[in-house]
Design a protein around this ligand. Structure first.
Ligand code: FAD
Ligand code: SF4
Ligand code: SF4
Length: 188
């Protein structure tokens, strides 16, 4: 099946994704297409077109703050013993719902905020406010002094500190002390 850049087929209002549009042909690709198509459909129904936000740079393992993560070993899946593998029945049993949830919770969320509140608790300037569950945080750049405490406390490197533009006045802390020239930027 042929779709355009918004996952819409040649028939206006009919969307498609997954194996039937070719490409990677994996479960993760099909699931991603479903999520993407849902956004496209929602936008379409509002008479708009959804635009994919810019993809942030890759967060690698060495960029994570590992002490913040607990050890969580992989949940073993029951398997058919070798002698029983004589037909086409499934060899690996898979997970039940609680096991699947636990496995999903092992995700390190590389580069993506999962609302752990570490930055909120670490900010000495009260520059960060909660928007509520699932809605992320708001950062007041007027209050932010660029101290980078939030970025250092973020387990998954969801916060980048970027250099202050050259023509800006040097940042100072709440007591007027000079601070490293950095400013806050939350990754998309
Ligand atoms: C043997 C095998 C092993 C695989 N192993 C892996 C793996 O280990 N990891 C991985 O990521 N991916 C794996 N894949 C790929 C993965 O299964 C597919 O990429 C994924 O299932 C695609 O999802 P989908 O929703 O696009 O399509 P499907 O899962 O194929 O779902 C399409 C659904 O539409 C239904 N349908 C079709 N025609 C009609 C119709 N006319 N009317 C109504 N319903 C209809 C079908 O019955 C089916 O339920 C494997 C695939 C195969 C075949
Ligand atoms: S960089 Fe800004 S937002 Fe982050 S902890 Fe420091 S003052 Fe707060
Ligand atoms: S940005 Fe990082 S530290 Fe702040 S809530 Fe999200 S994951 Fe936690």
């Amino acid at each position: 099946m042929v779709v355009n850049g918004h996952f819409m087929t040649g028939h206006a209002g009919i969307f498609a994704g997954g194996d039937c549009i070719g490409g990677a042909r994996t479960m993760t690709a099909a699931t991603g297409h479903g999520k993407r198509a849902a956004r496209e459909i929602d936008a379409y129904l509002y008479g708009q077109a959804w635009e994919h936000p810019p993809t942030p740079p890759l967060v690698t393992f060495d960029m994570l703050h590992l002490p913040d993560y607990m050890d969580a070993t992989r949940t073993p899946q029951p398997e058919q013993p070798l002698a029983a593998r004589t037909d086409f029945s499934e060899v690996v049993a898979g997970f039940d719902a609680p096991q699947a949830r636990r496995e999903a919770a092992r995700c390190l969320s590389c580069g993506n905020c999962y609302e752990c509140d570490n930055c909120f608790a670490a900010c000495p300037e009260q520059a960060i406010t909660r928007r509520g569950p699932g809605r992320g945080y708001e950062v007041s750049l007027d209050l932010c002094s660029g101290c980078a405490a939030c970025a250092e406390q973020c387990p998954c490197h969801a916060i980048d500190m970027v250099a202050e533009p050259q023509n800006q006045p040097a940042p100072v802390g709440s007591l007027g002390e000079p601070l490293a020239p950095a400013r806050f930027r939350v990754r998309a």
